[in-house]
Ligand binder design. Sequence first.
Ligand code: TMP
Length: 204
Amino acid sequence: MKKKAIFITIEGLEGSGKSSVIKFLHKFLRLKKFSVKIYREPGSTRIGEKIRNILLDKKNKELSRHTELLLYLAARTQLIEERLRRDFSKYDFIICDRFFDSTLAYQGFALGLGQIAEKGVKMFSLGIEPEITFFLDTQVKVGLKRLKNKDRIESRPLSFHNKLRGGFLRLAKKYPKRIKVIDASGSLDKIYNQIQGSIVKKFF
Ligand code: TMP
């Protein structure tokens, strides 16, 4: 039978500690002898990394919000067509550091592109949807304080980041089966336990 990887995405506010959660999850799944592939968005392909540089470069002040949306979608489509589709038959688990919920929250809610972002996501995710998504929720100000050398998106005003959190929480309400909200202000052990518990319950 053809293998079909379980697709997990990790979403979060700025400075919410996604990287350490991904490292933990990777280690946990590898200990259980699963094959695991990790990607990040935008990026993880040669073209996607170039797009990422355009998107995050603080010098690109004139980048319009519609162009921003299109670039995030373009990076994602490249990742799906170049890597993800192929990898679904090669790995047990694929973990992606951000995916389309970020577009819905950042461009859809926080930048106000609403339905255009929704339509774009639908068209250019090419039918790929995560089985489970962890949203790492933190206090906006606490997360932002953790950042050094803020990029173009991180440098946006507090009001943007507050809207962003509201956007993610609305998505979690809309898709309660898929999106698990994790209180990322607690201890690492507590965060890891919640994530591990959800994975075990759903997939083992
Ligand atoms: P990262 O720094 O968490 O890797 O993500 C890159 C930045 O891009 C982060 O500020 C979130 C933002 N982003 C969007 O605005 N829309 C998207 O669709 C994605 C994937 C990321």
